[in-house]
Design a protein around this ligand. Structure first.
Ligand SMILES: CC(C)(COP(=O)(O)OP(=O)(O)OC[C@H]1O[C@@H](n2cnc3c(N)ncnc32)[C@H](O)[C@@H]1OP(=O)(O)O)[C@@H](O)C(=O)NCCC(=O)NCCS
Length: 289
C-alpha cells in the first residue's frame, strides 16, 4: 500500500540537496537561485519531504536561527501535484516545533499567507521587490541625494560593520555576516568621516544581481550604496525593500527599477521585527531576514 501523504517522513536537507531544491523552486515558477541555496543550506536548516514516487522533493522549507530571539522561515514550497494535501502545514508545524519557543518571522506570498495565518502568524508590513537596469538620473547628485561617500569594504571594516548591523537588525547575526565576503560579489560601505553609516552587498541571482543586505542611516546613503554597486554590473539589479521606504522606492523608480512583486512581512510571538526599520532597507534575502 502506498504511504499516505500525511505520513511521509520529514528529513533534514543538506548541501547535497541543492539541485533538488532548485528543481522544486523552478517547478513552482520561482528562480533556481542556486547561489542563494548554497547559503541557505549551509547557514540555515532545511527540511524536506521526498516525493514518494522517488523523483525529487515533494515539499521543502528552510529556517534560520538567530538564537532564542528569532527564527526566520523561507522557501516554503510544495510541488504542485501535492498541493492542498496538508504537506505545507505539516512541514511548517515541524519546523516551528524544532525551533522551540522562539518568535518567528517570514515574508509571505499571497499563496502562503492563509497557511501562516492558520498557524498564528500576523501581518506586520510589506516588502516590495523592484528590478531593472539602474540608470543614474540626469539631475546633479544634490537634487537626487546620493551625495554620501561609499567605498569597497575591507577586512578592517568588519567589526564596525557588525556593530552597525547589530544595532539595526536588533539581534547579533555575526554567524551570517561572516559569510558575506564570500557570498557577495562585492560589499561596499558608506562612511561619514571615519564612521561607517551603512553597508550593502551584491550577489548573483538567476536573471539579475541582488543588492542585499542594505543598511543605511538614511535614504541618501542607501541610494548612494545602490548606485555604486549597480554601476559595476551590466545585469539588471533587484532589491527587496521595506515598503515604508517610500522615498527610496520613488527614487529607484526614476532610476529604472520597476515593482515586480510584493510580500507580506509576518511574525509570530513578537509584534514586529526587532531592530530599527528606519535604517534597515533590505534583508539579506527574503528567506533569511
Ligand atoms: C503555500 C503552499 C506552501 C501551501 O502548501 P500546501 O501543502 O498546498 O498547503 P496545505 O495543504 O498544508 O494547506 C494548509 C492551509 O493553507 C491554506 N491554503 C493552502 N493552499 C491554498 C490556496 N491555494 N488557496 C487558499 N488557501 C490555501 C488553507 O487554509 C489550507 O488549509 P485547508 O486545506 O485545511 O483549508 C503551496 O501552495 C506552495 O508551494 N505555493 C507556491 C509557493 C509559495 O507561494 N510558497 C509560500 C512562500 S511564503
Amino acid at each position: 500500500m502506498p504511504t499516505p501523504h500525511s505520513a511521509l517522513p520529514i528529513r533534514r536537507l543538506t548541501l547535497a540537496d541543492l539541485t533538488a531544491c532548485a528543481d522544486l523552486a523552478e517547478e513552482r515558477g520561482w528562480a533556481r537561485e542556486e547561489h542563494r541555496w548554497g547559503l541557505l543550506l549551509a547557514a540555515g536548516t532545511g527540511y524536506g519531504i521526498d516525493a514518494p514516487e522517488g523523483k525529487g522533493l515533494a515539499a521543502m522549507c528552510v529556517t534560520t536561527s538567530y538564537g532564542p530571539a528569532l527564527t526566520t522561515l523561507g522557501m516554503m514550497i510544495v510541488a504542485g501535484r501535492y498541493g492542498r494535501q496538508g504537506l505545507g502545514r505539516r512541514l511548517l508545524t515541524h519546523a516551528m516545533h524544532e525551533a522551540g519557543d522562539t518568535p518567528f518571522a517570514l515574508y509571505a506570498t499571497a499563496q502562503g499567507r492563509p497557511l501562516y495565518e492558520q498557524l498564528g502568524f500576523t501581518a506586520v508590513g510589506d516588502t516590495h521587490t523592484v528590478r531593472g537596469h539602474f540608470r543614474s538620473p540626469e539631475q546633479p547628485p544634490a537634487a537626487t541625494g546620493g551625495t554620501a561617500t561609499t567605498r569597497p569594504a575591507t577586512a578592517d571594516d568588519l567589526s564596525a560593520l557588525v556593530r552597525l548591523d547589530n544595532e539595526v537588525f536588533g539581534i547579533d547575526r555575526t554567524h551570517l555576516l561572516a559569510r558575506l565576503p564570500s557570498f557577495t560579489d562585492r560589499l561596499r560601505v558608506a562612511e561619514n568621516g571615519t564612521t561607517i553609516t551603512g553597508y550593502a552587498g551584491i550577489w548573483p541571482s538567476t536573471s539579475s544581481d541582488v543588492i542585499a543586505p542594505l543598511i543605511a542611516q538614511d535614504t541618501d546613503t542607501a541610494y548612494a550604496l545602490i548606485r555604486s554597486l549597480a554601476a559595476e554590473t551590466d545585469r539588471s539589479v533587484r532589491l527587496d525593500l521595506d515598503a515604508r521606504h517610500t522615498d527610496l522606492l520613488d527614487r529607484l523608480k526614476h532610476s529604472g527599477l520597476d515593482l515586480i512583486s510584493s510580500t507580506t512581512t509576518m511574525t509570530r510571538g513578537i509584534p514586529h521585527l526587532p531592530g530599527d526599520w528606519t535604517r534597515r532597507f533590505a534583508p539579506l534575502n527574503l528567506a533569511m531576514g
